[in-house]
Ligand binder design. Structure first.
Ligand SMILES: Nc1ncnc2c1ncn2[C@@H]1O[C@H](COP(=O)(O)OP(=O)(O)OP(=O)(O)O)[C@@H](O)[C@H]1O
Length: 515
């Protein structure tokens, strides 16, 4: 048998109070796509950070082609051909693509990203299907394009082992398809691809081998012919996970949220909501399907008071809330779980006590004459953390160290505990493992039972069909479909998401398909 390209042997990594990796072994072969699976907090990112030189292991060895390596920094790992593309991209937004790719390279001034460098980057792009406009500023790029820049940056530095942390979590289904084709091309050219993911269908579609972690330990390795969803779930969770939820069939109430011909602009000043019209009723989940980037985020921001309504109205229980301040909208009973949990939903540097009162610290319940009422703040956090089963070693620790699932539970705990009339939630299970996804879905179904109107924005049609009473489709800032879930058809919804019929109508009207 050929020698593994990378071997991790007995890796141990401890954090205060947590054994994140407990004697984990991992073999990676050249030319393979190797998936790392495990529930939130099982130690996947920690193990990959050890391999990428970000963390020094407390025990264990890293072997490259059979030779032991000691990485003191990511620079050492990169020099050995190991590069990691993180979930949160590490690009400098005001710089161009070329500058970002060459940034930090010895001897290259990024201001002088010259012809030769550009030719080299273009060649890599062509070879692996990763073409990008080198002169574009990073802030102008879509999420998928930014990810491409990160990958090309690693390839440019000679990476032979590319670690991708949940790369499809932020991509549209089409972009994810393209990424997989490109990864396959890289693997065929001899690179090893290590993929951290929660999506079992992706693993089935693309992985050559799978390593499963559970509670910091190695739970098992599946060879290609052993990869199937049931076995992966068994190794990951050790129990069955609901594939369907029981539906609450109580009748829905009156209209809570109404968008009446709302128009708004995106960050680039282009129209992103175009006469958007929809409504959500009491005790109803409207699942809004759509490829991200079709105005969903902006719609949620308009409802939450974070984006200007240019024309049209946002009505809450028949009252016009367009362009009211976020605080007023919160006080009127609107809860919001944004796409960007750690940037917008929670403050990474603050602890759980502080994050859990971010929306109501000014209220007499928590606010004394000069200082916060520390006992009330602590009681609130202790109760919510227990009730929502957030795994956290200390309420005083910055929440940035929590796993994705625990962050989302913390955020939902804060939002749900305000007993909202309307909950707007975007991609609630993005990046979460199946156990945490189930927990989050159950919280939303419980909220529906309490008669809250829920606008659930998602790209995951399984999620929408599991939870929603009605399925809406958004394309290019407009509602292009609206069906009771029983009458919704997966294929039709998928087609509407790509704008197929709308695109045809547009062409007939001689209007451009994209603004
Ligand atoms: N810098 C840190 N300080 C303290 N604890 C940490 C740190 N990084 C991770 N942990 C803890 O180590 C454990 C493993 O975390 P890790 O992020 O590796 O899990 P994961 O499997 O990648 O989770 P997810 O799927 O949510 O990304 C968790 O309990 C986490 O809270």
């Amino acid at each position: 048998m050929n020698q593994s390209l990378i071997q991790l042997k007995g890796i141990v990594k401890k954090f205060p109070g947590v054994l994140a990796n407990d004697h984990v072994d991992l073999d990676i072969n050249p030319g393979e796509i190797h998936a790392i699976l495990g529930e939130n907090g099982s130690g996947k990112s920690t193990l990959m950070s050890v391999l990428a030189g970000l963390y020094k292991p407390d025990a264990g060895k890293i072997l490259l082609n059979g030779v032991e390596q000691k990485f003191r920094s990511p620079r050492d790992a990169i020099a050995c051909g190991i590069g990691m593309v993180h979930q949160h991209f590490k690009l400098v937004e005001p710089f161009t693509v070329a500058e970002n790719i060459t940034l930090g390279e010895k001897g290259n001034s990024f201001f002088l990203a010259n012809k030769e460098l550009k030719a080299k980057i273009n060649e890599l792009g062509k070879k692996y299907g990763l073409e990008i406009n080198l002169n574009a500023k990073v802030w102008q790029l879509s999420v998928g394009e930014k990810q491409r820049v990160e990958i090309v940056r690693m390839l440019y530095r000679g990476s032979k082992v590319l670690i991708l942390d949940e790369p499809t979590a932020v991509l549209t289904p089409q972009e994810a398809g393209e990424l997989f084709e490109n990864l396959r091309r890289m693997a065929s050219a001899g690179c090893a691809i290590v993929l951290i993911t929660h999506k079992l269908n992706e693993v089935e579609a693309i992985a050559d081998r799978v390593t499963v972690l559970r509670q910091g330990k190695l739970a098992g390795v599946l060879e290609h012919d052993q990869i199937n969803a049931k076995e992966m779930v068994r190794l990951m969770v050790g129990r069955a996970v609901a594939s369907k939820y029981e539906r609450d069939s109580s009748p829905v109430g009156g209209v809570v949220l109404e968008l009446d011909k709302v128009n708004a602009f995106n960050d680039m000043g282009l129209p992103c909501l175009r006469n958007m019209t929809l409504c959500v009723r009491e005790g109803e989940i409207l699942g809004l399907a759509g490829v991200s980037g079709n105005g969903q985020r902006e719609m949620a921001e308009v409802i939450a008071g974070l984006r200007q309504v240019e024309s049209g109205k946002v009505l809450l229980n028949n009252g016009n809330i367009s362009n009211l301040s976020p605080r007023t909208i919160i006080d009127l009973g609107v809860a919001y779980v944004p796409e960007d949990r750690l940037g917008m939903g929670l403050v990474p540097e603050l602890n759980a006590l502080e994050n859990l009162i971010l929306k109501n610290y000014h209220q007499p319940e928590y606010s004394g004459r000069w200082l916060l009422k520390s006992q009330a703040v602590a009681h609130n956090a202790e109760t919510l953390v227990k009730q929502y089963q957030v795994k956290i070693s200390s309420l005083h620790q910055p929440i940035k160290v929590l796993s994705g699932g625990n962050l989302q539970k913390l955020l939902l705990a804060r939002e749900i505990s305000s007993s909202p009339k309307l909950m707007v939630v975007i991609y609630p299970a993005r990046g979460l493992d199946i156990g945490a996804t189930e927990a989050v879905h159950k919280l939303l179904l419980e909220l529906k039972k309490q008669k809250t109107a829920i606008l659930l924005i998602s790209e995951d049609l399984d999620e929408i069909f599991k939870l929603a009473d009605r399925v809406g489709v958004v394309f290019d800032g407009q509602l292009t479909g609206d069906f009771p879930v029983e009458q919704a058809n997966l294929e039709e919804v998928g087609l509407l998401m790509t704008g197929s019929s709308l695109a045809k109508e547009r062409m007939n009207d001689n209007e451009p398909a994209h603004l």
